[in-house]
Write a protein that binds this ligand. Structure first.
Ligand SMILES: [Zn+2]
Ligand SMILES: [Zn+2]
Length: 341
């Protein structure tokens, strides 16, 4: 008889997840079975379950791409990890390894990629299958709940900061101090950047300051752009836009210094107008940033393991997933939630 495990299963878009007993998957060649200790809840999981994006996940599916736990079983031919090793199972489940993106370190752009918790079952379960070559290696005896958000929020913001090309001593503005932004502030500080933060909630501004931002501006109070330009002596070298707000993207471009780069890693619904005159005359780069490659993940984990980056995480039992989604949609979650199966 097949072994069973508890999982939160999406059986239709926009419907609550169902807690069910499903078969424990078996690792094939190159794969590992990971016993999930915790799985972070990313806003993308809500979009996946609601079927919000043009490319839909398979139905039914198990969401979750911030799963962390230990390797419980090895498929044939796995040499990279051993049973008992702590790992994380990120969004990038698998990439082809041979296309122009894969061979140049841009595997998150691989057209042949598969994604954990989207078109491959994810970590909202007692076990999750992963490709041994794509898991993130965690330090020995990790605090699993603390490490869970690094698998997506961590690597996404770390890569986003890198994508702004801001150098040590230069100014980075983190726009939006939510689940992504509060981690971004810490990566930027760990990378010796000078940090300013923007949000619309005063407690988020306070959080940003406590994490090392030299100043924090309320986007709704006064002229936030003018204040950033003044505080940074002419505009930010890099701006990382993490807020799910179109208005904040427009603002992000306006506060960039000439030759600056604006990296977008939030995904608000809708488009924003590009001020072409400013972008051309100030030679501003506007760039998307999507997760990170395996090396980025490993560096993002290393910063967290060293204690320089700590996500604010609260945990809840897997059974509470629908309630957690509701609170996330209502903007009631401070930091990140991790589900415990
Ligand atoms: Zn995510
Ligand atoms: Zn590829």
């Amino acid at each position: 008889m097949a072994r069973k495990m508890k999982a939160a299963v999406a059986r239709g878009f926009g419907r609550p997840l169902a807690i069910e007993d499903v078969p424990v998957p078996e690792p094939g060649p190159g794969q590992v079975l990971v016993k999930v200790a915790a799985c972070g809840v990313c806003h993308s999981d809500v979009h996946a379950v609601d079927g919000d994006w043009p490319l839909k996940p398979k139905i039914p599916f198990i969401p979750g791409h911030e799963g962390v736990g230990v390797v419980a079983e090895l498929g044939p031919g796995v040499g990279r990890v051993r049973e008992g090793d702590p790992v994380c199972v990120p969004w990038l489940h698998h990439a082809c390894g041979t296309c122009e993106y894969c061979t140049t370190g841009w595997e998150p752009l691989c057209p042949g990629q598969t994604n954990t918790g989207y078109n491959v079952d994810g970590g909202y379960a007692e076990y999750v299958l992963a490709e041994a070559a794509f898991v993130g290696l965690l330090p020995k005896d990790p605090d699993f709940v603390a490490m869970a958000p690094i698998a997506c929020a961590g690597v996404t913001t770390y890569k986003g900061v890198k994508e702004t090309e801001a150098r040590p001593g230069e100014w980075l503005i983190v726009s939006g101090v939510g689940g992504l932004g509060h981690v971004a502030v810490q990566y930027a500080r760990a990378m010796a950047l000078r940090v300013g933060a923007i949000d619309v909630a005063d407690e988020k501004l306070e959080l940003a300051r406590s994490l090392g931002a030299e100043f924090a501006v309320n986007a709704h109070a006064g002229d936030a752009v003018a204040e950033v330009i003044e505080r940074t002596g002419g505009g930010a070298h890099g701006v990382l836009a993490t807020a799910a707000s179109v208005a904040s993207f427009t603002q992000a471009v306006a506060m960039a210094r000439p030759r600056g780069t604006v990296a977008l890693c939030g995904l608000p619904a809708g488009d924003f107008p590009t001020p072409i005159f400013d972008v051309v005359l100030k030679r501003i780069t506007i760039r998307g940033s999507i997760v990170g490659n395996r090396q980025d993940l490993s560096e993002a984990v290393a910063f967290a393991a060293s204690g320089q980056v700590k996500a604010t995480v609260h945990s809840a039992p897997l059974e509470d997933v629908n309630d957690v989604f509701a609170r996330l949609k209502a903007g009631e979650i401070d930091g990140r939630m991790a589900l415990i199966p």
